[in-house]
Write a protein of this length. Sequence first.
Length: 249
Amino acid sequence: MISIIVPVYNAEKYIRETIDCVTAQTYSDWELLLVDDCSSDGSAQAVLQYVQQKGEERIRLIRQPSNRGAAMARNRGLLEAKGRYIAFLDADDLWAPEKLELELRFMKEKNAGFAFTGYEFADENARGLGKVVRVPETLNYRQALSNTTIFTTTVMFDTEKIPKEELEMPAIKSEDTALWWRLLRNGYTAYGLDRNLALYRRPGRSLSSNKLEAIRRIWNLYRKAEGMGVMESAWHFCFWAVRAVQRRI
């Protein structure tokens, strides 16, 4: 079974559409764990209404006792997960119907514990913008430091190859990238399925669209999470910046 973990915070506008993309999957052996991080809108109510209306027993709403951020919401989902495989999905992103089926098959073919796929940038209404991000066949630690092409909504893990405790995210900004780097630093390889299987919705006011904040976050990861000196950080940062621009033009 695949356990799909979705951190939910004030996502009422998008959450039903996101759940729909999961229930439309061609692979059906999954559970969907929606971890509400003390939303102040109607996100939790929207999830409960969806479950009641559809009678969908594979969907669970988990409530955090306090607002602790996306990393801790995902970690709570890990604790509650029952499946061998773990997939992350953000509350405003969408999957192609065959995403789980193709990625799981790919992981088995590659004997992979960590996989990710290509994706497409989309506007606030989930209309694809035609900019598809291609992904390499594999990524190791040194490559990933200069190429943050792994998108959270596309990843899948096999907990028989990577223990669940190693998948816990740190409570820092860009916690997802920090996790990828830690796993790769520990000797795991990330396998890329070069298929466009997800839509990365970018609302105008989202954190990811704030370029200055993104620069601060990646720089802090080099300096603090990875403990690099200024020169080594600057080296990797230059390559990261070039590739980040290329992905968006």
